[in-house]
Design a protein around this ligand. Structure first.
Ligand code: ZN
Ligand code: ZN
Ligand code: ZN
Length: 532
């Protein structure tokens, strides 16, 4: 039974994306990775035919994954059974051959298969995302023609090159990926010098390359480049060659990326730490190619609290307590630039990201080094997502929303990641509208922190608020929060006890972390609780 690939809006970034449910994989799951640049680029109708073919075939084979399709080609991570993903690859190759004239898939893409994974590593849906660039560098074919790209070396040859003198190795991934694993084992043995451009996103590469100190560091050197699967090196090496190829002793890129290298060198070779991946494996290391898959093993919390490392070979650190930690769990993001941050499970339970006054402890190492203090939420993307500016809203209210106070103080990150293209915000709005005025089936027992439904207590709380503070506008969200301080609850009931517990937690917070407006609100609540 084929799933139907309807066209669904996925936020403002992907207005024409299609999303379809994928069938759950039983038994073992296989991940298929491939990318392909079409030269010359596809015409618009050719791209549409390719998308239609992809929708049909992935639907028929019940595959999950992410496919980015542009005029310049296709970049994909897919999941399914071992047979299904291979059937897809064959079908795509055959279809491209039959499509006849034009640049489709010639030569055949380098299909990479990761077999024998647990079934939960499969994607739950399949997204086809029409994009302008396969990797968003903000650099086009005119300024960095792919034909100028670095020489491809297979993992064995690349491994040898890493041992050579006068050689540097550029990590073309983002800093948060490099933090937990990278090629720097060769450096201790006199091999290639590791260079991390410290990017928050790929658009930073162009800026990094334009710096004088970068040019000085690379001059006269043989340059190796690598990334996860190889695709990010294509345009990056073309740009490097175009900008300063004459001053270099050659540019080489790792064919198939870290994925292929670790298949060829199961002992790790020059690789240290874990390979961050953009699928359900999360990150994988030597000896565990299936990855950690979002699972945190129980019973380790005490150990971490004591500041002991989990095991040898952990390269990262928790952003809050600095214990050895290399897991991106809980979808924690840097408060000031939005990149994923490492937070240990013990720190996660304390929710520093949701604690007023503690937000700045949740920053990535780059923001800490660069002393960035303006929240990512107060920064707008400009220049088609490449640049940033501090948002007008923040300026007009004098910057009161900022932790560091007045406008003009503090520095914003040079680039900021915004996630989901506004999809999450849209979803939230839709939910709020759909549920407006409807009763919560949990009634007054509801303890959800941001429940959009109405509760009998909401009305009473609102009435109470109005009688006490006639000028308070009492937004729905505020009223919902104030349910916890309703004075009409029965003494000793669950809600009564719960509200006392919650209030005492808030009182503690207000004592230890005084924080402007919030502190005043909390002290009002405290008075109410004393009346109880
Ligand atoms: Zn921690
Ligand atoms: Zn940051
Ligand atoms: Zn509710």
């Amino acid at each position: 039974m084929a799933h139907t690939a309807g066209t669904k809006k996925l936020g403002s970034w992907f207005p024409t994306a299609s999303v379809a449910k994928a069938a759950p994989v039983e038994g073992k799951c296989t991940i298929l990775l491939f990318y392909h640049y079409c030269r010359p680029e596809l015409e618009k109708d050719a791209k549409q035919r390719l998308i239609a073919f992809l929708q049909d075939t992935t639907g028929r084979l019940q595959l999950g994954g992410r496919l980015r399709v542009a005029n310049e080609g296709i970049n994909s991570t897919m999941s399914g059974t071992a047979d299904a993903v291979r059937e897809f690859a064959d079908a795509l190759t055959n279809w491209a051959a039959k499509a006849g004239k034009g640049p489709f898939l010639n030569p055949t893409p380098d299909y990479k298969y990761i077999d024998d994974l647990p079934p939960d590593r499969a994607f739950k849906d399949l997204k086809i995302l029409p994009v302008n660039e396969l990797v968003f560098y903000g650099v086009d074919e005119k300024h960095a023609p792919l034909v100028n790209g670095g020489t491809h070396l297979d993992p064995k040859d690349y491994h040898q090159k890493m041992k050579e003198n006068d050689t540097v190795i550029i990590d073309v991934r983002n800093h948060y990926e490099a933090e937990i694993g990278r090629f720097d084992g060769q450096e201790k043995e006199g091999g290639a010098k590791y260079i991390d451009p410290k990017m928050r996103k790929s658009t930073d590469f162009k800026q990094w390359l334009a710096k004088d100190e970068t040019k000085a560091e690379l001059k006269g050197k043989q340059v190796l480049m690598y990334c996860t699967g190889g695709v990010r090196c294509e345009r990056a090496s073309a740009l490097l060659n175009t900008e300063m190829g004459k001053d270099l002793g050659g540019i080489f890129q790792l064919q198939g990326g870290i994925e292929k290298y670790l298949q060829e060198f199961p002992e790790g070779g020059h690789w240290q730490g874990k390979n961050y991946v953009f699928d359900k494996r999360e990150a994988f290391g030597v000896g565990n190619l299936a990855g950690v898959g979002g699972v945190v093993e129980g019973g380790k919390k005490k150990k971490e609290k004591a500041g002991k490392g989990l095991s040898e070979g952990v390269l990262g650190k928790c952003c809050v307590c600095a214990c050895e930690w290399d897991r991106y769990i809980g979808k924690k993001k840097c408060y000031t630039c939005g990149v994923p941050v490492l937070m240990c499970s013990a720190c996660c339970t304390l929710k520093p990201d949701k604690t007023p006054g503690k937000e700045l402890t949740v920053r990535c190492p780059l923001c800490v080094q660069q002393n960035i203090t303006v929240p990512a939420a107060d920064v707008q993307l400009t220049d088609n997502g490449v640049g940033v500016s501090i948002s007008k809203k923040t300026k007009s209210d004098g910057g009161r929303n900022r932790t560091n106070g007045k406008e003009g103080e503090g520095k914003s990150a040079p680039s900021v990641c915004k996630w989901g293209g506004g999809h999450a915000v849209d979803k939230k709005k839709t939910r709020a509208v759909k549920t407006f005025g409807k009763k919560c089936k949990l009634g007054d027992e509801c303890t959800r922190s941001a429940c959009y439904f109405t509760h009998p207590k909401d009305a009473k709380a609102k009435a109470n608020e109005h009688s006490k503070r006639p000028h308070d506008s009492g937004s729905a969200a505020e009223v919902t929060k104030k349910r916890n301080v309703d004075t009409t609850v029965e003494k000793g009931s669950n809600i009564d006890i719960l509200s006392k517990v919650m209030l005492s937690a808030k009182e503690r917070k207000s004592v230890s972390q005084p924080h402007g407006d919030k502190e005043q609100k909390i002290s009002k609540k405290t008075k109410i609780s004393k009346k109880l």
